[in-house]
Design a binder for this molecule. Sequence first.
Ligand SMILES: Nc1ncnc2c1ncn2[C@@H]1O[C@H](COP(=O)(O)OP(=O)(O)OP(=O)(O)O)[C@@H](O)[C@H]1O
Ligand SMILES: [Mg+2]
Length: 229
Amino acid sequence: MKDDYEIVEKDGILIARPREGSKPDFEERFLRAGIPPAFLDRDFKNFMLNPDYPSLARARAAVEKFAELYPAVNGGLLIMGPTGVGKTHLAVALCKTLLMKGAHCIFVDFRDSMREYTSYPNQDRREDYLHYLGSAEVLIWDDFASRSLSDWEEDFLYRLIDKRYREGATTVLTTVHQGESLERVIGVRLRSRLYEMCREVEITAPDYRSKVRRLSYRKGGKFEEDKEG
Ligand SMILES: Nc1ncnc2c1ncn2[C@@H]1O[C@H](COP(=O)(O)OP(=O)(O)OP(=O)(O)O)[C@@H](O)[C@H]1O
Ligand SMILES: [Mg+2]
């Protein structure tokens, strides 16, 4: 794994990047980390920008910079924005970059994590799962707080975030919630911890899914109307 990447200097800072010319087979590692198979090819380069929505460029730059600087970062990220603006895309791009740098990174969908936690028939297994997510070097929790929680789930969420908060572990969340709506789902105490744990990255843009048929990718990463469609 060490031979897959090289240390280079960028803006006066040492960063790790995949070695030029080598095409390491990371796919297996990406899948094991929990990246959804349909998102394996998402990266920063194929995240398109649109000059009408400058927050796309700001968000991509912020997440990419975070990936480059890691582990020399303070805290994690809270990527916020309405549906279809590319939050999961950026979170996957980040996860892949961190895995390529050798970080122990877990990518998990919020609903899947809740389902998995509650599916365990006994407390020991549930504690193991909490420990598994809680002790990840970087936890990327996608679609965070995407539904209301039972008392059990609320307890799980509180203990997991509080553990990561106390240990200063890097946590990256994506969510459709903004402002008070996040607080309504997770409560004031968890919201308060997240203020300290994560820097907010906000995206305001149209739902990419509704546009995807009319757009094609052009080198340079700009939206472009598809001439055939
Ligand atoms: N700026 C973009 N450039 C290229 N592809 C994009 C961009 N934004 C979104 N997409 C693509 O559109 C689809 C939806 O994006 P994504 O799943 O990241 O949205 P989301 O913000 O996570 O939405 P949701 O809140 O519904 O989960 C994905 O296939 C993603 O790769
Ligand atoms: Mg998403």
